[in-house]
Design a protein around this ligand. Structure first.
Ligand code: SF4
Length: 439
């Protein structure tokens, strides 16, 4: 395994979109964007909403998200009114659209008060039906019981708790302050309220992590037994995220230890009854993501692995990304420019970035999506005589059966390397300092 890690530990995209963001060529015009939504829209599956809450009370050194540090909630009411205005703009442009699901991400979604969630969800759910699915990311430091009861009231049944690690030294070194007691209390409160799904986010590759410290973290996590665990590789990109410059680089685990941490965690989760979902998610078979994996209906987007039915995501809030099968668009990134774009003042463009997918993009997107989600992809539409593919086969990462790639369990952690073979944007383009390491 260590030889494979050495060989395949290169920089490459995480493929939460195809093409990856650095290769986007610019946002479609607003008319084109609305037309792309109209031609992709299906009343049965509706649209999925991603709502970005960009505020945090303190910044974690590892963070790679778009967020701002604030000391109080003085901007909250105005922010909520702008989110609703953005949604109102879409309703005006598209008419009666059905909301299939809502996901709140951040930043720190529970920076908002329960009352604000009540206002937002009452508005959005006026366009939904009984099949509505709701999910939210929770920071253990700032989530109260009233948040949870508000989520239950509105059918937000899927919650995700940002645990990251349970070792004090590790957490302190990355400026993350949640304690095991706070996490356990929040978890138990949520269990008592019978949420459909509770996820823990964990990260490997953080400073001071060792196999021993990770064993302890997993023992504590598995005692609680969440329904899902996302076990993310830390993407160290200090040239892009200046907050990561505060991380002591010499305390970071090297590639071999990092791989060992992943191997330990993934084996432990398999032994204790969790299914492996794609690259880095694990779920009980009773959980919605476990079912989607077994039914081969998994999807992958900026939120990771999901079971969305709709093929349209509308992102609300600064930096939020929207997509249809034909295009991506990204809202203005700063809060100020976002407000201007929603109020339609100062000629601020609605989107700061985006991409229209060519036919070649759509073809590559399908193979990359299938291999990343299900570990299997039909490559018959590719004229690929790749020595690298044959080499990966010899290394035991995959099998090729009649123009179909089938990843092996050994190969799945290297699935990004396989996906890269079908990415025409990487042809001849240096990836140095554009992406994090694949392993
Ligand atoms: S990791 Fe989460 S809580 Fe920490 S700074 Fe980033 S968005 Fe905020």
């Amino acid at each position: 395994m260590n030889d494979l890690v050495k060989k395949y530990d290169i920089q490459g995209p995480r493929y939460t979109s195809y093409p990856p963001v650095p290769f986007w060529t610019g946002a479609p015009g607003v008319e084109q964007w609305i037309s792309d939504i109209r031609r992709s829209y299906n009343r049965d599956t509706g649209v999925d909403l991603y709502i970005h809450i960009p505020y945090c009370y303190s910044i974690c050194h590892y963070c790679g998200c778009n967020r701002v540090e604030v000391k109080d909630n003085s901007g909250e009411d105005h922010y909520v009114s702008m989110l609703l205005k953005e949604w109102g703009n879409y309703c005006e442009e598209l008419g009666d659209i059905k909301v299939n699901s809502v996901h709140f991400g951040g930043g720190t979604p529970t920076f908002l008060s329960p009352k604000s969630f009540d206002i937002i969800l009452t508005t959005l759910k006026a366009n939904s039906d009984d099949a509505f699915i709701g999910s939210v990311e929770l920071h253990p430091n700032v989530t109260r019981r009233e948040h949870l009861t508000t989520f239950k009231k509105h059918g937000l049944e899927r919650i995700s708790i940002g645990v990251q690690d349970l070792n004090d030294d590790v957490l302190e070194s990355v400026n993350r302050n949640a304690t095991i007691a706070e996490i356990t209390d929040l978890y138990k409160m949520a269990r008592n309220l019978n949420f459909e799904s509770i996820n823990f986010d964990l990260i490997y590759g953080l400073p001071h992590q060792t196999t021993e410290s990770m064993k302890k973290t997993f023992d504590q996590v598995l005692e609680l037994r969440p329904d899902m665990i996302a076990y993310y590789s830390f993407a160290f990109v200090p040239w892009k995220m200046t907050n990561q410059k505060k991380i002591e680089e010499s305390a970071l685990p090297g590639p071999e230890l990092k791989k060992e941490l992943f191997h330990y965690g993934s084996e432990k989760l398999k032994e204790t009854g969790y299914l492996t979902i794609g690259l880095d998610h694990f779920a009980l078979d009773s959980n919605f993501l476990g079912k989607a994996m077994l039914n081969k209906t998994l999807k992958r987007n900026f939120m990771g692995y999901v079971d969305q039915k709709s093929n349209i995501t509308l992102g609300l809030g600064p930096s939020a990304i929207s997509n249809t099968p034909y295009s991506f668009s990204q809202n203005q990134k700063t809060i100020e420019l976002y407000y201007q774009s929603i109020e339609r003042t100062c000629d601020t463009p609605r989107f700061i970035n985006g991409h229209g997918l060519s036919t070649q993009d759509q073809k590559a997107s399908k193979v990359i999506h299938d291999v990343m989600c299900n570990g299997i992809a039909d490559i018959s539409s590719f004229n690929i005589e790749s020595d690298e593919l044959e080499e990966m086969k010899r290394d035991g990462l995959l099998n090729i059966d009649n123009k179909t790639i089938i990843m092996t369990p050994v190969g799945m952690p290297f699935v990004r390397n396989v996906a890269m073979l079908f990415d025409h944007y990487l042809d001849g383009a240096g990836t140095k300092n554009m992406f994090s390491k694949t392993v």
